[in-house]
Design a binder for this molecule. Structure first.
Ligand SMILES: Cc1cc2nc3c(=O)[nH]c(=O)nc-3n(C[C@H](O)[C@H](O)[C@H](O)COP(=O)(O)O)c2cc1C
Length: 398
């Protein structure tokens, strides 16, 4: 049977913006930031390749909104200071001038407990003092005044993104980062007004609207599941989406998981030897200790990893779509033209977000249009994933 991909190339009208087609490059850490988090020009080349390859919407890798919310990855870009607006504007202008009407969104994030104090230069903070088993840092519970500062930091980062020419922002409320920590019963054990899981997210959206105007598009990325008990599930995600609907955000992207089991966000291969070599959480230990870890601790870690399956977040996205009027975009495991079409035509979802397939083939939409694509070349080896923790920029290792 010949699949007619036309629907994938049809525009998608969101509340405040129209996306040129249904291909969304899901936020992907690129590693092209300098030590201060200023984006290097090579990042523009990467976005241009995606734009020329037919990707309608590009979401940047997660950009930190403040030094406190910076991640462990050494090449992470930021939007925490006014002097970063210029370098970002340069990149956006290049893509606008030479791209094909591609929409650009900046993903803005605060890591909360999922970072290291030697990176941020200050104590690690979170919704509660519960430590992350991956980063193993002591965590200080954030106070009311500090949370107000963080809300303002999100708004200022969004404002800078608007000044730089971005079409909108994506608020990172998933993958165990700070906003997710408030949404999750595992980490939000508070007794004050911030015990309301969605309060921080709501305040962030309201502050962005105030600072950037009602017409500035906002996407939100959420996790609709995680690996702890108690943990956030699809019903919690639905509650979040009800709030987002009331706040008229433009669309929600549905993902999974936290950094506690990072490979459950991605799924697929577990390149443990490379991780032990390049990940600063492990490579500071002597080879013998790493060897022992692999032998005795790794099997237990591995047992908690969910195997890769195609379209693994689509069932959760469909449930959310059925109960909300917001456009819903699934991410995770879309590897065939058939599954991309199925998401939109049969399942009623609005677009498809892709990460690893576009690292592998940035011109994937163009290949579909030319009838030259049926399955992604990505084999989910996750080498791109584990090398994020090294000082190498993003690339496909195949
Ligand atoms: C190398 C790499 C970097 C990533 N960086 C981010 C990021 O900055 N922000 C984010 O929300 N998700 C990030 N993700 C997760 C992806 O956006 C996506 O949710 C996940 O890879 C599943 O989609 P896929 O099967 O199409 O790869 C990253 C994934 C990979 C492999």
């Amino acid at each position: 049977m010949t699949l007619r991909p036309d629907i994938l190339f049809s525009p998608l009208a969101l509340r405040h913006i129209t996306l040129p087609n249904r291909f969304v490059r899901s936020a992907t850490y690129e590693g092209w930031g300098d030590v201060q988090g200023v984006p290097r020009p090579e990042l523009g080349e990467l976005y241009l390749a995606l734009a020329r390859g037919g990707v309608g919407t590009i979401v940047t890798g997660f950009a930190f909104i403040s030094r406190q919310g910076r991640a462990m990855q050494p090449g992470q870009c930021g939007m925490d200071q006014d002097d970063k607006t210029g370098p970002w504007a340069h990149i956006v202008t290049r893509v606008r001038d030479e791209g094909r009407g591609t929409r650009l969104f900046m993903q803005i994030a605060h890591t909360g407990r999922q970072t290291l104090s030697r990176i941020t230069g200050q104590p690690v903070v979170g919704a509660s003092s519960r430590r992350c088993t991956y980063f193993r840092q002591p965590v200080r519970m954030l106070g009311d005044d500090e949370l107000r500062v963080i809300v303002n930091d999100f708004a200022c980062a969004a404002y800078r993104a608007r000044q730089a020419g971005f079409d909108g922002v994506q608020v990172h409320a998933g993958h165990g980062y700070l906003i997710h920590q408030f949404l999750s019963p595992w980490t939000n054990t508070r007794k004050d007004r911030w015990a309301e899981p969605t309060l921080l997210l709501q305040e962030v959206i309201i502050a962005i609207r105030r600072k950037c105007g009602d017409d500035f598009p906002i996407l939100v990325k959420i996790s609709a599941g995680e690996d702890t008990v108690p943990g956030l599930g699809v019903d919690d995600a639905l509650q979040t989406v009800v709030c987002l609907e009331a706040l008229s955000v433009d669309a929600v992207e549905v993902s999974y998981g936290t950094m506690e089991y990072a490979l459950n966000i991605m799924r697929g291969g577990i390149p443990v030897d490379v991780a032990l070599q390049v990940n600063p959480l492990y490579n500071r230990y002597p080879a013998l200790v790493r060897h022992m870890w692999k032998r005795f601790c790794f099997p237990a870690y591995q047992a908690g990893i969910i195997p890769f399956a195609e379209e693994y977040n689509v069932p959760a996205a469909v449930r959310i779509k059925r109960q909300s009027s917001l456009p819903v975009i699934p991410v995770g495991g879309m590897r065939t033209l058939e599954s991309m079409l199925d998401c939109i035509t049969t399942r009623g979802l609005d677009a498809v977000a892709l990460c690893r397939p576009l690292i592998c083939q940035p011109n994937l939409p163009q290949q579909i249009a030319a009838g030259e694509f049926s399955r992604s070349r990505c084999i989910n080896c996750n080498l791109c994933t584990v090398y994020c923790d090294s000082d190498r920029p993003l690339y496909c290792h195949l």
